[in-house]
Design a protein around this ligand. Structure first.
Ligand SMILES: *Cc1c(COP(=O)(O)O)cnc(C)c1O
Length: 423
């Protein structure tokens, strides 16, 4: 049952020679995704839950190569938007295996789901608001549905902040039995669903399991033998800091099974982050090194447009000096070329002292990394190179200025006539 792949991959575990040659060949900033690692992470997760149905939550990384890898590894795909459904199908997913979690769904997304469901009765649509079901019914949809439950459990010190936000997700716990009875008249109610948190590591695991236990209890109240599945979502964390320990998935598997208890329905889980996070790094070159009385500021060519998590969520991402890992470590701030003070990856961080033109690797960039990349400052988005079975290939070419301006030019605006320049 236990898998031999290491439970975590740190920046230092990447092959620095390979990373250097990829940067030399493809330029920086560059996303490098190791598809073998992505498959390993999925397999380790799935083997910790041998009786569960594991779906990959596509929104963590919807790259086609990632989706293909996970489909090949046997994962089904959970989608939270029309575009994700379309990309999963383009990558080869059987629409009858897809699950669509509709969060405040736009009309166009429900139109698409209803049409897809008409041809593919295996599609499951999960709703977290009563009117989502009404809107589905108005589109002639009477297929498989699941209720997204708000388990009403926030985590520790964030509870006050989280409660209001959490109301966005799911049907209030106490309203579920009555809604279930109603939906059974109108649809094929196949499951309950809850996605309680994200980035759950050791300290949060108890709370996460309490939420799971509550949802399992609700499933029994609603009638678990009449449900095909109970889906406990994703949320399993990875260690971003070098001194954090990874989850022991065998232990997590035990705890989750214990929390679920007797259940006459299949357990589903939907990891996103866990599967892709440590399978990808960003390579970035040092442009500037500036000594100031307060700090040594290292300017790199990646920015919050490349990786927004530090600016958006205060996320920690490990940073290693690929060019000179042996140099003495010094506390530095690392930031990009965007004109906002939010554009820093770290401050006061010990890194093997960077010098101009060094190559740095920003680790754990696979989850919500490229997915949230943007073109702020008219920066073309980076290329992405995949490593698979000892081979490397470009899976997303680097954008050009032509890509950045194309939609304007195609709108017939005069500005579009100006030579865009290629880089
Ligand atoms: C985001 C999301 C997931 C995946 O969450 P992770 O924290 O990346 O594991 C799973 N299910 C649903 C419904 C989600 O919205």
């Amino acid at each position: 049952m236990s898998h031999s792949s290491p439970p975590v991959r740190r920046v230092a575990d990447w092959d620095f020679d390979q990373l250097s040659s990829l940067a030399a060949e493809h330029g920086t900033p560059l996303y490098v995704v190791d598809l073998d690692r992505v498959a390993e992470n999925y397999e380790r997760f799935a083997s910790a839950f041998p009786d569960a149905h594991v779906m990959y939550a596509a929104k963590a990384h919807t790259g086609r190569a990632v989706l293909e890898t996970l489909l090949d590894a046997g994962a089904d795909i959970e989608c939270a938007a029309r575009g994700e459904l379309q990309r999963a199908i383009q990558a080869g997913a059987d629409p009858d295996t897809l699950q669509y979690t509709a969060v405040n769904p736009p009309d166009a997304d429900l139109d698409y789901a209803a049409e897809l469901g008409a041809d593919h009765p295996g599609l499951t649509v999960t709703g977290g608001a009563r009117d989502t079901f009404d809107r589905l019914e108005a589109r002639g949809y009477d297929g498989r549905v699941a209720i997204r439950v708000n388990p009403g459990i926030g985590t520790g010190h964030h509870e006050k902040v989280a409660t209001g936000k959490d109301a966005k997700f799911g049907i209030p716990y106490d309203e579920v039995p009555e809604l279930a009875a109603d939906l059974r008249e109108r649809f094929d109610l196949v499951g309950l669903h809850a996605h309680a948190g994200s980035g759950v590591l050791h300290d949060d695991l108890e709370d996460h399991c309490r939420a799971i236990a509550k949802v399992a209890e609700l499933a029994r109240e609603v009638g678990d033998s009449d449900l095909a599945f109970v889906d406990f979502g994703g949320g399993f964390g990875v260690p971003y800091r070098e001194d954090e320990e990874p989850l022991d998935m065998e232990v997590v598997g035990e705890k989750v099974r214990e929390a679920v208890g007797d259940l006459d329905a299949q357990i589903k889980l939907e990891p996103g982050r866990y599967v892709v996070a440590d399978g990808e790094v960003i390579l970035t070159e040092v442009n500037t090194v500036k000594e100031t009385p307060e700090a040594t500021v290292v300017g790199v060519d990646a920015s919050l447009a490349t990786l927004i998590r530090p600016a958006m969520f205060d996320s920690y991402h490990p940073i290693g000096n690929v060019s000179a890992p042996e140099r003495a470590v010094e506390p530095v701030a690392v930031g990009g070329p965007c004109c906002t003070s939010a554009d820093v990856f770290c401050t006061d961080r010990p890194v093997a002292r960077p010098e101009r033109e060094d190559l740095l690797a920003i680790g754990n960039a696979g989850a919500y990394g490229y997915e949230l990349a943007n073109q702020f400052h008219s920066q073309p988005r980076p290329a992405e190179v995949a490593i698979e079975g000892g081979e490397t290939r470009v899976v997303r070419r680097r954008e050009t200025m032509d890509d950045v301006t194309r939609v304007e030019r195609e709108s017939g605006d005069r500005a579009g006539d100006a030579a865009a320049g290629d880089r």
